[in-house]
Ligand binder design. Structure first.
Ligand SMILES: [Zn+2]
Length: 671
């Protein structure tokens, strides 16, 4: 494991560069990411390139024993490009073009922008192809940031029609698949189909879903264009992209298929505050989120991008102080640069790179914290980052974590569910995190996999709200259970087909045989309504969504106990072949989620630990287990027969220990 930092030499006078770079090396940093938004300095005028300043910075980094990670500068097309080709601008659904003046104002489907992107990528890659100091590349920056995956311009309309023609072949097939007889929405030809712009009522869900897929695919294509050029210039380089946390609009699995590994930008206090399943900032418990983030929001994104990578990933930007992002931006607690770095490493990050080296003196990010203040003096995070780097150097190189439980993450299902939430609180990320939190409080290593992944090798699989289940996916899940797998399905699963339409039969449609039950009624529930359920003889609470089940061979293991739902089956278990399917017809509160997952893990013979204290997590990587304590108070660690190789058997608040042994052998208690 290594550390890195993001640096913008073009923001600083040359005479400062050497001192900055020297101090980076002294802090134990190995990688320096540069040129992220530098198009106006790399090509000040059309066709007039200036790479020498960047080459000097790269040499300086290399001469100090570090390696450079360069970026294609395409997130910020310069003014001359916008003036020359105004059609490259994205358009909002109402046709408003995005203006020059910030970033990400380009359209992924613009032929002119693709041509210009190809040109700047090619020329920059050529210039640095023989530099021994460049380790690899980041394509663009944060695809989709500021709600920019989905564009509604004429180029996108044309590309969408071509995408639909490719998918459906005939317009009759599209009309049939979507169900366009509803509200007279039938089309006579593909050229009549527009992107979903403003309309009085809500849009046709099948059209929205396909537009979501098309928009994500457009980014995949655009990214591939850059990846191919970079590989052509030097195939020793790695190519990655820095994704964002809890980001809905872009399928990270699909983009990552073209990358060597995925990277993501981790801002724990920002993501924690914005997640719908973390405490309201007005609550007394919010101090943890504002000072350290929500460990499971951060952890789930680490797991997702490890899944997208198919192995180790990078954190390309790690929060290095307060951030200029709403709603609030408290200073992180003491020790967080080190604890966040270790948390990422424990989840499989090979490099944790801080954003940024020095707080900027101008522009939109003057209030975005850094390892150094804008006067160049070290900020609070720098000594902590240096300590993490020194500790990484003492630990052995480790392979990525390998989970024995898979969580199926399905962007199509999320897009469909978020288009028809049926309750303000129905959020896909929050629903997944209900089960992720339960698994993590038992020390389980969780792999995030796409819905069509091969599940062989996983003793248990959790498929939260797997809403869209085509027949071939249903067949694979059935085979998994038949062959001995333990499958946990939750609310709204297999309700619809791949076109976001209900089937002739009740949910879970093609999985009814495996589940041994059907969903007869469903309801979304406001927080004020009574929601009680009984599972395995104990009473629990649930939230947001409930289904009343009817069995057809399954064993009822949970009943509704409140209001009009009382008496109806709520949780069923069905033996199918050599395995079992469990269907949970409520959105469980934490204690029920724990009981449900322990029940499945027991049958799957997955070893677990005692339920961990709140905000303490065990993360196992290649035979080493990190104990990360995000609490304010200390916890005591009993490592069993294993040795503690970093830290002590008492882990202070906002601190950590590393044990050379598996997570299930470790006991953690509040001191
Ligand atoms: Zn467009």
């Amino acid at each position: 494991m290594r550390t890195g930092v993001c640096y913008f030499p073009e923001h600083w006078p040359r005479e400062r560069w050497a001192d900055d770079v020297e101090r980076m090396a002294a802090a134990g940093i190995d990688y320096v990411r540069m040129a992220e938004f530098a198009w106006s300095r790399l090509e000040p005028e059309p066709g007039a390139y200036d790479f020498e300043w960047l080459a000097d910075a790269v040499d300086l980094v290399g001469d100090s024993g570090m390696r450079a990670v360069l970026c294609t500068p395409t997130a910020t097309p310069p003014k001359w490009l916008l003036d020359e080709y105004p059609s490259v601008r994205q358009e909002r659904p109402d046709g408003t073009p995005l203006e020059f003046g910030s970033r990400r104002h380009y359209c992924f489907n613009s032929p002119a922008y693709r041509r210009e992107s190809r040109r700047i990528t090619e020329r920059t890659a050529e210039r640095f192809a023989n530099s021994p100091h460049v380790a690899g590349w980041q394509t663009d920056n944060e695809f989709g940031c500021h709600d920019t995956v989905r564009c509604y311009c004429d180029d996108c309309a044309s590309a969408f029609r071509a995408w639909l023609r490719d998918r459906y072949d005939t317009i009759d097939a599209l009309n049939e698949a979507w169900g366009n007889v509803f509200w007279s929405q039938e089309y006579a030809d593909f050229h009549e189909v527009d992107p979903p712009g403003p309309t009085p009522a809500y849009h046709h869900p099948s059209r929205l879903l396909d537009y979501s897929r098309f928009a994500s695919d457009s980014v995949v294509d655009y990214n591939r264009l850059q990846v191919d050029l970079l590989r052509e210039a030097n195939d020793d380089w790695f190519v990655t992209h820095n994704f964002m946390g809890d980001f809905e609009q872009l399928d990270a699995f699909e983009v990552s298929a073209d990358l060597d590994f995925a990277a993501w930008d981790s801002y724990p206090t920002l993501h924690g505050q914005r997640a719908p399943d973390t405490p309201d900032p007005a609550d007394a418990t919010a101090a943890t989120v504002q000072r350290v983030g929500d460990p499971d929001v951060t952890g789930m994104n680490h797991a997702l991008f490890r899944g997208a990578s198919g192995g180790p990933f990078w954190v390309m930007e790690n929060q290095a102080g307060d951030v200029r992002a709403y709603p609030y931006s408290a200073e992180p607690a003491d020790g967080m640069m080190r604890l966040w770095a270790h948390q990422a490493a424990a989840h499989g990050a090979d490099v944790v790179s801080y954003f940024r080296w020095r707080r900027c003196r101008f522009g939109q990010e003057q209030y975005w914290g850094a390892l150094n203040n804008y006067d160049g003096s070290p900020d609070r995070g720098l000594p902590e980052a240096a300590e993490a780097a020194a500790e990484f150097a003492r630990l052995p190189d480790l392979d990525a974590p390998v989970g024995n439980v898979a969580v199926l993450f399905d962007y199509d299902s999320m897009w469909a569910l978020h288009a028809e939430r049926h309750a303000p609180e129905f959020d896909y990320w929050a629903h997944l995190r209900t089960y992720y939190r339960a698994l993590r409080r038992r020390g389980v290593t969780v792999d995030f996999v796409p819905a069509d992944a091969d599940l062989d090798g996983y003793a248990a699989a959790v498929a939260p709200a797997l809403h869209l289940v085509p027949d071939d996916l249903a067949a694979r899940l059935a085979d998994y259970v038949t062959d001995g797998g333990e499958l946990l399905l939750t609310v709204r699963s297999a309700t619809k087909d791949e076109h976001d339409t209900l089937r002739d039969e009740l949910a879970p449609g093609p999985l009814t045989d495996v589940v041994g039950a059907r969903v007869e009624q469903h309801e979304s529930l406001s927080p004020g309504l009574e929601t009680r359920v009984e599972f395995d003889g104990d009473a629990y609470g649930y939230r947001t969504w409930a289904e009343w089940l009817v069995t057809d061979g399954a064993t009822v293991v949970g009943h509704h106990r409140s209001d009009v739902a009382a008496g109806n089956p709520a949780v069923v278990r069905n033996a199918h072949g050599d395995g079992h399917a469990t269907y949970v017809g409520v959105w469980p509160e934490a204690d029920l989620a724990d009981a449900l997952t322990v029940d499945v893990l027991d049958r799957a013979d997955v070893p677990i630990c005692d339920r961990l204290p709140e905000d303490v997590r065990l993360s196992e990587r290649d035979g080493h287990t990190w104990v990360t304590n995000f609490r304010t108070d200390a916890v005591s660690v009993d490592p069993g027969s294993n040795e503690i190789v970093l830290g002590e058997d008492t882990v202070p608040g906002r601190d950590l220990a590393v044990v050379a042994g598996p997570s299930h052998a470790i006991t953690v208690e509040r001191s």
